[in-house]
Design a protein around this ligand. Structure first.
Ligand code: PLP
Length: 469
């Protein structure tokens, strides 16, 4: 499998060469030169596999330069019942006939991001074992990526994590999860700004090739292709768990922010998995909903980015989106360059009336948005009807999923976090506390360790340079 850039300016590279970053040198994102196709017997052969077997089968398509026996070991070490609560890894819960909850949030930090990040930790360690000297991970988080990355990398020899987070914009639980870590290889940096500021800084640092090389920087943001690849697995797992025969359609409802999760669903669909609809749910920050509905992509400024009660989706510039647009452009890098030049110049673009719009309509994407009031009402309705408490992001997905449900097509709603992470919203909706795993009781009272920096690339660079040696 070779990887190319969405902007066409990168020589084809193998998986191991793009493992440490998602950004290509030309400013585009790395993508497989072509998606592997799994139809007919190839799809049928996957149906009987358990999660680890499926993960190995799918990841070997994307990471084909890791020797199979080593990849198998990495996968087996990652997807264990002790890390994810059960050998199912992502079990399905039937809410009612035809409506299912894919429980992808039973990893160490109680969000679906652990599925990919735990694998990434082991892939990085593997890369270090094979000769890389040490590695400085730089990331930005709106709340869940940071803790997920830190729990995956803490204590790993040769790896340091520098994680930028928007100051005072995460839930108290999320904040405590990150800032209470005392491992010497973990550096939390609170940025005086919003998530998009953090993400822009990471992009700017990664664009400085000399700094990146000298500091041995790798990234773990959702633009990291290995994360997308790891997330493809649970779409297949859920498909086989819900259907009896290959070819039966299912739809997925996906609470979306940076477009990583639903991009994995898109890739699974392109690989041949019979996904009918990919139902994209946003919160009040509805850039992506607007695009799917109208073909108009209009980035918002940081001041237009609202702080909501589903904070992990408070994103106005979804970094993985360019990979989707690359496919909509029929993989024409020149077209992607032109569109992103328009983003720079005019703050967005409109694909209305072009072939991209036609492909958008064929992509299975539909969308909707969910507000705070919707979120509260959905958490209440789900608790009343199904006796289960869902987190605010999952509620956004369920709300929009149910609106776009079709007769005879199972609807799989992805649970992207556990409610314990967002206690205040659960209290508001249900008047009681969300259940919390024992390991997290009292976490907010622990001492916290973090640095505060302005939203300034130079300040972040010098912070890293002083500690990365
Ligand atoms: C990260 C996250 C999302 C958004 O996922 P993307 O891959 O960024 O679209 C949704 N819900 C929760 C709880 C998250 O942590």
């Amino acid at each position: 499998m070779e990887y190319v850039s969405t902007r066409g300016g990168m020589q084809a590279q193998p998986f191991s060469a793009i493992l440490l970053e998602g950004l290509a040198r030309d400013g585009g994102l790395t993508v497989p030169a072509a998606y592997p196709k799994l139809t007919g017997p190839a799809l049928a052969a996957l149906r009987p596999l358990d999660y680890r077997g499926l993960a190995f089968a799918l990841l070997s398509l994307f990471a084909d330069d890791i020797p199979p026996a080593e990849l198998r070991t990495l996968v087996d070490r990652t997807y264990t019942a002790s890390t994810f609560g059960s050998d199912e890894i992502t079990p399905l819960l039937t809410l009612e006939p035809g409506v299912l909850l894919l429980r992808a949030s039973n990893g160490p930090t109680l969000a679906f991001k652990d599925i990919a990040m735990q694998l990434l930790g082991n892939l990085f360690e593997h890369a270090l074992d094979r000769g890389q000297r040490d590695l400085n991970i730089l990331g930005a988080t709106s709340g869940d990526t940071g803790s997920s990355a830190e729990y995956a990398m803490r204590g790993k020899r040769g790896i340091r994590v520098f994680m930028l987070s928007p100051k005072d914009r995460m839930s108290p639980f999320q904040t405590a999860q990150m800032y209470s870590l005392t491992d010497p290889n973990i550096f939390n940096i609170a940025i005086d700004g919003v998530f998009d500021d953090c993400q822009d800084i990471v992009k700017a640092v990664a664009a400085d090739a000399a700094f990146k090389r000298d500091m041995r920087i790798g990234t773990v943001n959702s633009i990291n292709w290995a994360r997308v690849a790891a997330q493809i697995v649970y779409y297949f797992k859920a498909y086989f768990a819900v259907t009896k025969r290959d070819g039966e359609p299912v739809s997925f409802a996906v609470p979306s922010g940076n477009f990583g999760n639903i991009l994995a669903g898109h890739v699974a669909r392109r690989m041949g998995l019979p996904i009918r609809r990919l139902i994209l749910a946003t919160n009040e920050n509805d850039v992506l909903d607007e695009f799917v509905r109208s073909g108009r992509y209009r980035v918002r400024s940081p001041d237009e980015t609202l702080q909501t009660s589903s904070p992990s989706m408070d994103i106005s510039k979804a970094s993985n989106f360019e990979r989707f647009v690359f496919d909509l452009a029929d993989r024409d890098a020149a077209k992607v360059r032109e569109l992103w030049a328009r983003v720079e110049r005019d703050g967005g673009f409109d694909v209305g009336g072009t072939p991209l719009e036609a492909r958008l309509r064929e992509s299975g994407f539909v969308s909707g948005r969910s507000t705070h009031a919707d979120r509260i009402a959905t958490i209440q309705a789900v608790a009343d009807n199904y006796r289960i408490v869902v987190d605010p992001h999952t509620a956004d997905g369920i709300k929009v999923g149910l609106e776009n449900r079709e007769n005879g097509v199972p609807l799989i709603c992805i649970e992207t976090a556990l409610p314990a992470k967002f206690a205040a919203t659960i209290r508001e909706a249900l008047g009681r506390e969300a259940a919390r795993p024992a390991a997290y009781v009292g976490i907010e009272a622990l001492p916290q360790r973090y640095a505060v920096l302005p939203p300034d690339v130079a300040a972040v660079k010098s912070y890293i340079a002083a500690r990365a040696a």
